[in-house]
Design a protein around this ligand. Structure first.
Ligand code: SER
Length: 312
């Protein structure tokens, strides 16, 4: 990775990843992009990922050798606008892969626990398993995994990726996901000492703290190509938790915090279609994935960082 273009650079992952990459590779080496004009502290390009020519022009202009493709619609918002979700998630990925093929770029593409469905086994889901998702987000993610594998095999494009769990972070709010509760809860705990959760107390899902997600992206992208048995869609998770367990971890630090439940049927049914836990052992074997933050360490750090941001 020498000259890196990030699509969706102002979303939950991109906002932190661009600064993280700039701290490693240099500010001028990381080009952020977004479909609307943004002010950034480094090079920026206006890119709508559904427009092949805009991606190509940025790659030529900056002599990009790596594309980190984060622009996508998440699961809950995807169900409100399935046509748009397909267009952004699939056309966007296809355009990125085509540009990467033509200009010999390495690509990172995140898949998700949303690429699994109700017929996938529930616990400790293996790397290779049944994938019949029931959301448009999941359908686009599993199709994307296959398309990425195809570009590796057919065109030798170095495409890599992980299946991210719900990501918990303090800089930028997630937008329209099913796992967003695990971020919202921290803001509400500090602001109002209470949170109303849209998932039931025992809905178990995989999660990871953002610093571990950022390190995973770099570690995977820097791993020797021939060590990777899968290239794409590596299962990665740091914790498998329920809203009740997350609330208890917060209560250990904020004893007055209370949680109540008001179930949103759409997001609950999406969450119910996803696994309780996934098995990250292939990522551990192939490129030494090792998350640092468990539930307690993440909770402590989230509350400290949000307080520093002035959330109270
Ligand atoms: N966090 C995502 C969502 O909830 C899953 O990858 O949509």
């Amino acid at each position: 990775m020498k000259k890196i273009l990030i699509t969706g650079a102002f979303g939950q992952i991109g906002s932190e990843l661009k600064d993280y990459l700039r701290s490693i590779y240099g500010v001028s080496q990381v080009i952020s992009s977004n479909y609307e004009m943004m002010v950034d502290n480094g090079p920026f390009e206006l890119i709508d990922v559904t427009n092949y020519h805009q991606i190509e022009a940025a790659v030529i202009k900056h002599q990009v050798d790596t594309i980190i493709h984060l622009a996508a619609l998440l699961s809950a918002v995807g169900e409100e606008t399935p046509t748009l979700a397909w267009k952004i998630n699939m056309d966007g990925l296809f355009n990125v892969l085509e540009v990467a093929r033509k200009y010999k770029c390495q690509v990172f593409h995140p898949s998700s626990i949303g690429a699994f469905g109700p017929s996938t086994t529930k616990n400790n889901v293996p790397q290779v398993t049944i994938q019949r998702p029931t959301t448009i987000y999941g359908v686009s993610k599993v199709s994307g995994e296959l398309l990425c594998d195809y570009y590796v095999k057919r065109f030798n494009v170095d495409v890599r990726g992980v299946r991210f769990p719900g990501l918990i972070s303090y800089q930028m709010l997630p937008g329209g996901g099913t796992t967003d509760y695990a971020v919202d809860i921290f803001y509400e705990a500090l602001k109002h000492q209470s949170y109303t959760c849209y998932l039931s107390e025992d809905t178990q899902l995989d999660m990871m703290y953002m610093p571990d997600a950022l390190k995973a992206i770099v570690d995977l992208m820097e791993a020797p190509f021939d060590k990777l048995h899968h290239h794409n869609a590596y299962n990665v998770s740091a914790m498998s938790i329920t809203p009740k367990e997350l609330a208890q971890a917060i209560q250990e630090i904020l004893p007055d915090f209370t949680i109540r439940y008001d179930i949103d049927p759409v997001r609950q049914s999406i969450a119910d279609s996803w696994p309780n836990s996934i098995d990250s052992s292939d990522a551990k074997k192939d490129w030494n994935f090792e998350p640092h933050y468990d539930l307690q360490a993440m909770t402590k750090d989230m509350l400290e960082k949000l307080r520093k941001k002035g959330i109270q």
